[in-house]
Design a protein around this ligand. Sequence first.
Ligand code: NAD
Length: 494
Amino acid sequence: MHQYIGGERRAGSTGESFDVLDPSTDEVLESVTLAGPDDVDTAVASAKAAYAEWSRATPVERAAVLTRAAALLDERAEELAQLESRQAGKPIRLAREFDVPGTVDNTAFFGAAARRLDGMASGEYSGDHTSSIRREPIGVVGSIAPWNYPLQMAAWKVLPAIAAGNTIVLKPAEITPLTALPFAEAFTEAGAPPGVVNVVTGTGPVAGEHLVAHRDVAMTSFTGSTAVGRRVMATAAATGKRVHLELGGKAPLVVFDDADLEAAVHGAVAANLINAGQDCTAAARAIVHRSVYDEFVRGVADLYAEVRMGPTADPATDLGPLSSRAHLAKVAGMVDRARAYAKVVCGGAPPTGELARGCYLEPAVVTDVPLDSEIWRDEVFGPVLVVVPFDDDDKAIRLANDTEFGLAASAWTRDTYRAGRASREIEAGCVWVNDHIPIISEMPHGGYKSSGFGKDMSAYSFDEYTNVKHVMHDITGVAHKPWHRTIFTLPGQG
Ligand code: NAD
């Protein structure tokens, strides 16, 4: 049963089922009965009923639940890693060393952060009143997650929402719903009232759209593609609810002529191939000084030849499959079309032999790309690195910003002034210097431009998931307050 509503597993009410596949073999893992509007209504009602108690829980009570949930998730780390690896086609090493520990750490972080929902200091700003700030939860949050990091995306949505006292209905992507369910169950087991965290497993156009349009949902938090994000925002506008969007990316990796080239090459390979390139912050466009361009391209292509593509359960596997056959066709199609107008230095085709059963693609390096081509402009979301040369720093920054997206970027240089300029001038929610990818629970993640707005992770995420209330107390006890004379005068007053 793949719905988790009011603290219980249930079957979806549509009677329609959907097969969750292992993309490394295309074998069926589980068949899911999909949620429809009725299930979404029940889940929202359950979250609404739980809100009264959860929103009044003290910070220490919420912190205790999150901290216990972190411990439970940690105990189940291997089980979660196996399930995540199978449903999303992740090499088991990535699931064990990144997805699951990241989720446990995030949960522990929000356990601590729940006790630090600080407002501005109280003070007598008018002289006659004490002002204070209350940060209050918003209500029921409806969240929609993508398939690339199913467990981590569930965590990024659920944790700040419930740490701040909201309750939530989460809709995972239909192709990867399996780890969101034990994740949600951990909070009930850790002591959250049933209904604080609910999961509906259904399609975007049916369950997702109904959740976004729902009148009892106070906020929509969406992570996914820019096209669907825009649609979600339009649907949410009908009820005027708050929207938080984490959308697509096309991150630049800028290599200046003074960079440690070996570090830049290794960094580009890791940052392009993480999660088979299906990472919204993955390095997608390498912008490289002409003096080191040939060496950089050769270095990346040589390392791509060394990368071990293989079964996801094998700890020696570096690169797994793409998440679905449809996505493989999209990525391979973009590389194939690029062959007509650019140079595909290596890769870009599915492997032969045993791996051909799955959705694998040889990692590709593409050069000589026109700047109006789709491979330069559009999100590929696969193991494909586009490389372009530049001659001066101004051009490098212009190329880095030559995109509708603005999620992440990196600058590779030993020159502190260049690093400072790149950090300031590249339009993105995160700029790494001499690295690309690491994330930490304490720091925010979120986009500029068409990559969306609002922050996941860190205490900054509370800005999305709370209302700020100003409370103003008169401290004079005076009935006829001095400011009243602006509105009316008493007999005897001028
Ligand atoms: P997607 O937009 O196709 O789907 C995302 C979610 O939206 C899924 O759960 C889907 O069922 C749902 N959905 C689809 N149509 C809907 C509708 N009409 N109403 C409501 N919900 C609907 O994205 P995807 O293919 O699952 O994920 C890949 C995308 O996610 C990439 O563009 C990637 O960059 C982006 N992403 C962004 C971040 C970030 O933090 N900015 C993180 C991860 C992924």
